[in-house]
Write a protein that binds this ligand. Structure first.
Ligand SMILES: Nc1ncnc2c1ncn2[C@@H]1O[C@H](COP(=O)(O)OP(=O)(O)OP(=O)(O)O)[C@@H](O)[C@H]1O
Length: 253
């Protein structure tokens, strides 16, 4: 079966000359259709950079990234947006303060020439658990959790198959985090989305992901199934340390 996302020898260097820094020396992993794959690791280990490369927000990388068998480089931008969407960490920064929710959701439909916009926008609001009359609200009239729901609705509106989730709950209150994670889990179950999710939180991985990669200095140390978390089944010393610290913090050890 074709893997939904295949990443092979993905590498990127920031800067030129003596100040050049190779941030990803060569990352390889595949994500099956409908799978939720986590990326964890210390700050600066390159997790968000992987998502930015896959989405082509950063495009000067080397290697191969395939979505449903097609190289993301060969996909015209419009088609790429139909297959792949990203949800960012900060729902405050990712929504334009002067755009109503209606504008946020109608723009992609307009750009892609998709009709039946009002019905699609209403359905998207229902999908993410927001009242339909919030379409006329502006970001400052929404809570953080509601803004993140709008950001998720925007990602869903073009009906992509893959969602890249860059710490989608870490800017939110703990009580709201669980709501958004449950929403994402439900949407995946209902729609069969493929997720790649960056998180700092192994409890989130445990709740959401089928497998996860532990990154260190731009490299994947180990790819593990979620089931490896409770008994700390990692082999690589850093992955063991990371999981051990998390279990200790959660009071599970
Ligand atoms: N545009 C850029 N120019 C230069 N360096 C960059 C750029 N983007 C990222 N980096 C560097 O790449 C490294 C990886 O950054 P990245 O944001 O991917 O890490 P991360 O694992 O997602 O970190 P965090 O968990 O803190 O968000 C960092 O050292 C960062 O400083």
């Amino acid at each position: 079966m074709t893997k939904s996302v295949e990443i092979k020898d993905l590498s990127i260097t920031f800067g030129v000359g003596p100040s050049a820094v190779k941030v990803l020396p060569g990352v390889t992993f595949s994500v099956a259709p409908g799978e939720c794959f986590g990326l964890v690791g210390e700050s600066g280990s390159g997790k968000s950079t992987v998502l930015r490369c896959v989405s082509m927000l950063t495009d000067f990388w080397q290697g191969e990234v395939r979505i449903d068998g097609q190289s993301v480089r060969d996909l015209p931008q419009q088609q790429r947006c139909r297959q792949l969407q990203m949800v960012f960490q900060d729902p405050y920064g990712s929504l334009h303060p002067r755009q109503s929710v209606r504008t946020v959701l109608s723009e992609p439909l307009r750009i892609h020439g998709i009709g039946d916009r009002e019905a699609r926008m209403r359905a998207a609001m229902v999908d993410v658990g927001l009242p339909v009359d919030f379409l006329d609200r502006f970001p400052h009239q929404l809570s953080g959790g509601q803004r993140q729901r709008v950001a998720i609705a925007r990602a869903l509106i073009l009906e992509p198959s893959v969602l890249l989730l860059d710490e989608p709950t870490s800017a939110l209150d703990v009580s709201v985090q669980a709501e958004i994670l449950n929403l994402l889990a439900r949407l995946r179950e209902e729609r069969g989305f493929t997720y790649i999710m960056v998180t700092h939180d192994l409890a989130v991985v445990d709740h959401m992901c089928d497998r996860f990669a532990v990154m260190l200095h731009g490299e994947i140390t180990e790819i593990l199934p979620r089931e490896a978390i409770p008994g700390n089944g990692a082999s690589h010393p850093y992955a063991r340390e990371l999981i051990g610290a998390s279990l200790e913090y959660e009071g599970l050890m």
